[in-house]
Design a protein around this ligand. Structure first.
Ligand code: F0G
Length: 406
């Protein structure tokens, strides 16, 4: 591991990683890990693609045993059929649903849980719209840690609930939304220091998530995409990826940096509104609503980081309707064989909208990040009763009868 500091994203005050809490003691800003990159040479060229390929750029000490389920190394799929539909030649999907628990969260959890072990923590906790809790409960099980998850009652997709139940985490359902659950967990961890917070306020988790950017560059043989599109909830994943692209740029591994596009659902789009109105601060949405429950977030904690990523990269933000999300989900599944959950399809829906508005060049090399597997949220199956889908009955009495079902 190379040297790093833990510092405030806003005022750059340095903090000890042994300090409890993930807010700057001076200004209340978000914390960030900063590696000293000057003069560094990359030692990892020949290693297999995975989160831990980039170990030198991850804040876990070398003699620390890591907790891993083999995360990262997800496919970067050239999507020619969907690309043709959108008049794009260079459209790729980075499918994070291929991670061990089915979402990008695993990149962060392998690092954050390993770090928690290094710091001697025994109890981990998070609030979640589903995937964070599914991932944390798996990694905590593997590390033999006690795990508690706070979830908004009735608003977590059933596949994710099943994962948490299987991994035997303690589940606390709150009568409220994700923002309220997170606020409660943050206040709880401030009071009860034995609980270690694993939400994206934890800067070590975001270090794992930045490896998505490293992999994309590696998979594109040393170039960055022109444009990369993310679904945005709390803004942790997109801002972590931007940090990754910047680090590779600083290390001279890549010459360019992509334009970052952040997509939210219309009913939960405080980042998009702040970006479009050129505001530095978001106005929280008090009652966020969307079919994409993973990004049903009204008060994103990483807003300063993601707004910075969108601005610094000269990127864009856009919001999409639930119907556009569900259409994009089906298109990706039918044309490319890639089944993602609704939140993930927001990146495809957002791309379509930005293309129609002429805000992205069709000659660009574009990567859409799909964040979670489609099987996590079987509730969309309900829409298959609508016209246009037929479930034929096979008559087994004779081959002739059976042929009628074709
Ligand atoms: N896509 C999926 C499938 C997610 O689960 C999330 C976040 C996001 C996108 C947004 O990522 O918050 O880093 O901007 N899910 C969190 C959770 C909130 O609790 O599982 P972000």
């Amino acid at each position: 591991m190379w040297n790093y500091q833990l510092e405030c994203f806003e005022c750059h005050t340095q903090h000890s990683e042994r300090d409890p809490g993930f807010r700057c003691a001076k200004c209340g800003g978000l914390l960030e890990v900063r590696f000293e990159l000057e003069g560094r040479k990359i030692p990892w060229k020949r290693r297999q693609l995975s989160v831990w390929k980039y170990r030198e750029l991850l804040p876990v000490h070398r003699n620390q045993p890591i907790t891993t389920l083999f995360e990262g190394g997800t496919g970067l799929h050239h999507c020619q059929r969907l690309g043709k539909r959108l008049s794009l030649r260079k459209l790729y999907v980075k499918n994070e649903g291929e991670n061990p628990t089915g979402s990008f969260k695993d990149r962060g959890m392998t690092v954050a849980v390993s770090k928690a072990r290094e710091l001697g923590k025994r109890r981990v906790i998070c609030a979640s719209t589903g995937n964070t809790s599914a991932s944390l409960s798996a990694y905590a099980a593997r590390a033999g840690m006690e795990c508690t998850v706070f979830i908004p009652q009735g608003k977590v997709a059933s596949g994710k609930m099943l994962q948490v139940l299987m991994h035997a985490a303690k589940i606390v359902q709150v009568k409220g939304n994700f923002d309220q659950a997170l606020d409660a967990v943050v206040r709880l961890t401030e009071k009860k220091k034995e609980f270690y917070l694993m939400n994206s306020l934890n800067p070590f988790r975001l270090e794992g998530q930045k490896t998505l950017a490293f992999e994309v560059v590696d998979q594109l043989n040393g170039r960055a995409p022109d444009t990369i599109v993310f679904p945005v909830g709390n803004g942790g994943n997109s801002s972590a990826a931007w940090k990754g692209f910047k680090e590779f740029h600083e290390l001279d591994i890549v010459k360019d940096r992509p334009r970052m596009m952040g997509i939210q659902a219309e009913g939960a789009a405080p980042i998009v509104r702040a970006f479009k109105q050129k505001r530095k601060r978001i106005r929280p949405v008090t009652n966020p609503q969307t079919v994409a429950t993973a990004i049903r977030i009204g008060s994103p904690v990483n807003a300063p980081k993601v707004l910075n990523a969108l601005n610094e990269s000269e990127g864009l933000a856009e919001m999409v309707k639930d119907s556009e999300i569900l259409n994009a989900q089906r298109e990706l599944a039918r044309l490319e064989g890639i089944f993602v959950e609704p939140a993930s399809a927001a990146s495809i829906a957002g791309l379509e909208k930005l293309l129609q508005a002429g805000q992205i060049e069709r000659s660009d090399l574009i990567v859409c990040v799909t964040t979670g597997h489609g099987l996590k949220d079987p509730s969309v199956a309900n829409s298959f009763q609508s016209p246009g889908y037929t479930l034929n009955i096979g008559d087994l009495s004779s081959l002739t009868a059976l042929e009628k079902s074709l």
